[in-house]
Design a protein around this ligand. Structure first.
Ligand code: WT7
Length: 634
């Protein structure tokens, strides 16, 4: 296979080349892709504006690189194996030839509904092959997709549609998730009341639940398909045209639309997929992420298909109808590569080995994790009981903004160390700095993780607000991209991610801004103000701890009822993923004389460690700390 690293020596060579001559390195890799017209120049950049451009003036379509480039060799191979939420529903096998037809025909549906190159199309779908078809159909016609996770609320959906000014929404009647169904279309209807930009809503039939179709606006997927032609020529796109927008949380209350462009994203995600997983022909790769997150974009919808792989896509959740469901699927489909999140591993570990024992798991070759730091206990359990001691674990560190994996072992090549993401991938130039921005050189250092040179799949902007991109990522340390993560480089030069150093909490591998959760809590009519911090949680990695001050009227209500009502407000405004695990009602929050909430104190209390709260005498209201401590059970 082209661009394949086969040994530690080759990795070191590739890394060296990629830093000494990045343009030649990535230019060579880009040669194996299908271009309508090759680029004039590989890279132009500065991190001040920022302005980042790769493969300048290249012309291509990413779907031609998935399909036309490879169909002669891989047309009959299975592209997607789909496994239903219910073990009783038959699985589907979709070949590359079949997937190609589905994509081009649905691309024609989009065109028939008025979609054009450059339009933004929102996707709010269950984990069914049609979600991938919808994304690739957008790419086929040059429309920019914005996928919204199916667990988000009506308000989160409408906020994202409004920000992107999307003109089409693709959704389904409902989604199966374990024992529950989510009424996607009903939620979408509520969202669309606030979205005048949406002209058409295309609805896939999945759960057959009762929904209403709005005349003129709503159209069934299968009915639209019946009148659509199959062939659809790919739109010619520029390397730097937008491929998609994906919203993610940050330190402020409002999620930002991270923008990825076509060529760099395509090349980097395929390259990392092949090398990190050491994926070979006939391997079967199972990634448990949802298409609503970046992992589902890069390592479900795009990279495995660009690499002509066989992808297993699962509709359901890890513990339904039983806690052995993942392992059952691995045996059933002879999965060789399995990629999941530490939170899922911890949750399944907690259910006991009796749920693993009935399965062989002997087809597995490589295990992966992503989304949050993996603790040593979970790493060892995964290695011993799922990998049977013979599968390397790739702990892949990356972000929505980086589009592809940044720090990771290459499976079976890079010696691993539990809890370490190990070494940077080719093209990734890291720098550790202290809080003043001074570089911490050498090994055995700990600080803030930055990237000092562009790589092809890095974000280009935040949609509609370039200044925000600059402020968030390129202004903390001049000339550097700041990741928001703390990191340790140990004596061997290995990297271990320590977690976020900003106001972002990572709940079950999902990123949430504390301000975003606070804003949602504050929407409750009886809430006066709130402060949210993360705390260590056995399963979720981090849990959400909310300190809430009620209005006078709220203080007369029963406490548990108030807490339940606050949780339902958060559910409604963001979605269930953001609901606080703990709520502490108090009469005030510790504040400095300038009115700033002292989160450091709240964080300590939430972590259950009050031995050293630091100096609280400078507080405006030191007495409140005693009240909160007491309420927290100290
Ligand atoms: C944040 C990015 C990348 C896809 C899923 C999350 C944390 C991610 C790891 C890892 C330790 C990790 C970081 C990062 N993170 N992978 N292997 N080890 N931490 O994407 O929502 O953009 O979140 O997730 O804190 O900054 P995301």
């Amino acid at each position: 296979m082209p661009n394949q690293i086969n040994s530690l020596y080759e990795y070191l060579e590739a890394y060296k080349k990629s830093t000494e001559n990045p343009e030649e390195f990535w230019g060579n890799i880009a040669e194996s892709f299908y271009w309508r017209k090759k680029w004039d120049k590989v890279l132009e950049w500065n991190f001040d504006e920022p302005n980042i451009q790769w493969f300048i003036n290249g012309k291509l379509n990413i779907t031609e690189n998935i399909f036309e480039r490879n169909l002669a060799d891989f047309g009959n191979q299975t592209a997607i194996i789909w496994e239903s939420n219910s073990p009783d529903e038959p699985s589907q096998h979709i070949s590359y030839n079949e997937l190609f037809k589905k994509v081009t025909q649905f691309a024609n549906v989009l065109k028939n509904q008025g979609a054009k190159k450059g339009d933004r199309i929102a996707i709010y779908m269950p984990m069914v092959p049609e979600a991938v078809v919808a994304m690739l159909a957008c790419a086929r016609i040059g429309a920019i997709h914005s996928v919204v996770f199916g667990g988000f609320s009506a308000q989160s959906l409408s906020d994202r549609i409004i920000d992107a000014e999307a003109n089409i929404l693709i959704t389904a009647d409902g989604a199966y998730r374990g024992a529950k169904t989510i009424s996607l279309k009903n939620i979408a209807d509520e969202a669309l009341e606030k979205c005048p930009s949406i002209q058409k809503c295309i609805v896939l039939e999945r759960t057959k639940e009762n929904i209403t179709m709005k005349k003129e606006r709503d159209i069934w997927w299968h009915e639209a398909l019946a009148t659509a032609q199959i062939e659809c020529k790919a739109e010619e796109m520029d390397s730097e045209d937008m491929l998609f927008i994906l919203y993610t949380s940050g330190s402020t209350g409002k999620p930002k639309g991270v923008v990825h462009t076509i060529a760099g994203y395509m090349i980097y995600t395929e390259y990392t997929f092949k090398n990190v997983f050491q994926y070979h022909k006939n391997d079967i790769y199972f990634c448990t992420a949802d298409v609503g997150w970046i992992t589902g974009h890069s390592y479900i919808a795009y990279a495995p298909l660009l690499a002509s792989g066989t992808l297993l896509m699962y509709e359901g959740v890890p513990n339904y109808p039983h806690a052995g469901r993942f392992w059952e699927i691995i045996d059933k489909h002879k999965v060789t590569h399995f990629y999941t999140a530490p939170t899922a591993i911890r949750a399944l570990m907690a259910t006991g080995l009796e749920h693993v024992k009935p399965y062989q798991l002997d087809t597995l070759k490589v295990l992966g994790t992503v989304g949050e730091p993996i603790n040593a206990e979970a790493w060892h359990w995964y290695h011993a009981h799922i990998g049977k001691g013979k599968c390397p674990i790739v702990d892949t560190w990356w972000q929505t903004e980086t589009g592809g994996m940044m720090i990771s072992p290459l499976a079976g090549i890079t010696p691993t160390k539990p809890t370490y993401a190990t070494l940077p991938l080719p093209g990734v130039q890291l720098m550790i700095v202290d809080t003043e921005g001074k570089e911490l050189k050498g090994n055995g250092v700990e600080g803030n993780l930055c990237i000092k040179f562009p790589f092809p799949s890095m974000l280009r902007t935040t949609y509609g607000d370039h200044e925000r991109c600059k402020q968030t990522y390129f202004s903390t340390y001049k000339g550097l991209y700041f990741t928001g993560d703390g990191v340790k480089r140990d004596e061997d030069g290995y990297y271990r991610i320590l977690g976020r150093v900003d106001d972002v909490i990572n709940v079950s591998g999902h990123r949430l801004g504390t301000a975003e959760v606070e804003n949602a809590i504050n929407e409750h009519p009886l809430v006066n103000e709130s402060a949210v911090v993360g705390y260590p949680h056995d399963i979720k990695g981090q849990g959400i701890y909310a300190f809430v001050v009620l209005e006078k009227d709220g203080q007369t209500h029963e406490k548990d009822a108030m807490k339940a009502s606050i949780i339902s407000t958060v559910n409604k405004i963001i979605g269930a993923i953001a609901k606080p695990d703990k709520i502490l009602l108090c009469s005030g929050l510790p504040k400095t004389r300038s009115g700033k909430i002292m989160r450091r104190i709240l964080r300590k209390i939430a972590e259950g460690d009050i031995s050293n709260l630091g100096d609280i005498t400078t507080l405006l209201n030191p007495e409140i700390v005693e009240e909160i401590k007491k309420e927290a059970g100290f």
